[in-house]
Design a protein around this ligand. Structure first.
Ligand code: EPZ
Length: 420
């Protein structure tokens, strides 16, 4: 397992290009199961999660070829309709094959995802959604087994706004008989991108980007080409990295609208941000002002930026409170930040951070994707050397992070080895 060795203190300078969105690609790749034929995706990031999803579809008979950031997918010969545990345990997003398989082939056997680093992540909304669309769904030996001759439209109201459940139900509904309504649908850019892709293939979806989706089922869809939207969490991570080091960087090929909440919080914390249509320049003071954050569904402050924000507040000039309303126990990174000298206390789904003058480098352990990102960011600001172990978590969702940080002047290197 690889580790990063970071010597903190360098102000980040220069510009960096944002990669395609992991979470958009993880939705659009399984959506190709909805129609036979050849698809081409552009601006697909080179990430472990993308290869995990590709391997899952290849196990079903899908032909997938990746050339740099282009992905060609051929779904002519899908001959297996299962997502086995060994795939799903690596990546929860594997459950996205459920809706397309039931809608197109009338059968799906998908492993329940189990928990993740920060606790249970239920899929009840996915299962209830399939049942509402007329599928028979049984749970057997850790698997979801869903069957349907042809799905029938339904009116579905989600108790909780769920990105994954909205994606799965929408993908199932596009081939269902009749018009499905989804109330309390997720509005995240990745779900908007999925809906727009489905419309391009011939689906009929109204209300895209609003909490009420109206989906008129069609008999078949056609394969198309699509370019992935930029990754808004990678963009936010680099902006916070600049603020943490008192740096001045430009992030290119991003969608500023998708990071609005993060930009506003960074402005409140004292950074100056200049926005153009596809880039953002941030100039930051030596240390940030304390700013409270409460995560929320889009367009609120994303839960996937909660850990990175705690890193920034760890060296802010005062105290702040960060509350996660999406995941109540997504704080595995806090004890690791405390090892770096941060002053943080946890109370239920909130943390109280009192900024310290500076963090001090130490060995810290990655536990999940965004926790790892926050530890790398903290290392950039810490005095001395920080070793971030088990960076395979990072490789799931950040393309060449250490290379991009090095181009911005960070002193960071990857060390391969088995003992970490
Ligand atoms: C997506 O996960 C993202 N993953 C996550 O990003 C992100 O943290 C999350 O949305 C929230 O924004 C992908 O897009 C691949 P949810 P998802 O269903 O779809 C509850 C990253 O770092 N819920 O919107 O799994 C759930 O427990 C990853 O890139 C149910 O109760 O999240 C949570 O409290 C980590 N029942 C809330 O909804 C369900 O059936 C939001 O979860 C489904 C969800």
């Amino acid at each position: 397992m690889d580790k990063f060795i970071i010597h903190g203190g360098n102000k980040l300078k220069g510009s960096v290009t944002i990669s395609g969105s992991k979470n958009a690609a993880l939705a659009l790749i399984p959506a190709t199961l909805l129609a036979s034929g050849k698809y081409t995706f552009f601006n697909v990031p080179e990430l472990r999660d993308i290869s995990t999803m590709s391997k899952l579809l290849q196990s079903m008979g899908v032909e997938i070829k990746k050339q740099s950031t282009n992905l060609s997918i051929n779904t002519f010969r899908v001959n297996k309709f299962e997502a086995p545990y060994e795939h799903v345990k690596k990546m929860r997003a594997s459950i996205y094959v459920l809706g397309p398989l039931v809608a197109r082939y009338g059968y799906a056997k998908v492993s329940l995802p189990g928990g993740c680093a920060w606790g249970p992540r239920p899929v009840n909304l996915h299962i209830e959604g399939m049942r509402k669309l007329g599928a028979s769904v049984e749970l057997d030996e850790g698997y979801i087994i869903a069957k349907a001759k042809r799905l029938k439209a339904a009116k579905i109201m989600f108790d909780v706004s769920s990105v994954g459940a909205t994606g799965n139900v929408m993908m199932a509904a596009v081939l269902a008989k009749g018009t499905t309504v989804i109330e309390n649908a997720a509005m995240e850019p990745e779900i908007v991108a999925l809906a727009e892709f489905l419309v391009k293939t011939g689906a009929k979806i109204n209300g895209i980007g609003t909490p009420r989706l109206e989906i008129q089922g069609v008999d078949e869809l056609q394969p198309v080409e699509e370019t992935m939207i930029p990754d808004r969490i990678e963009a936010g991570t680099f902006l916070v990295a600049a603020a943490l080091t008192g740096g001045n960087i430009t992030i290119e090929r991003c969608n500023p609208q998708h990071v609005d909440a993060i930009v506003m919080k960074l402005q409140e914390a004292g950074s100056k941000l200049t926005i153009s249509n596809d880039s953002i320049t941030i100039q930051s003071p030596a240390s940030a002002k304390p700013v409270n954050v409460t995560t929320a569904i889009y367009p609120g402050f994303p839960t996937d930026m909660q850990a990175q924000w705690i890193s920034l507040m760890s060296v802010a000039k005062g105290s702040s409170t960060i509350t996660d309303t999406i995941y109540y126990d997504r704080f595995k990174h806090v004890p690791e930040l405390v090892r770096l000298g941060a002053n943080i206390s946890i109370n239920k789904n909130s943390v109280m951070v009192t900024g310290v003058k500076s963090l001090r480098g130490a060995k810290v352990m990655s536990t999940d994707l965004r926790a790892s990102a926050c530890l790398v960011l903290a290392g950039l600001a810490a005095e001395g050397a920080t070793e971030v172990l088990r960076v395979y978590h990072l490789d799931r969702g950040y393309e060449a992070l250490e290379k991009k940080l090095r181009t911005l002047g960070a002193d960071i290197k990857r060390v391969s080895g088995s003992e970490y």
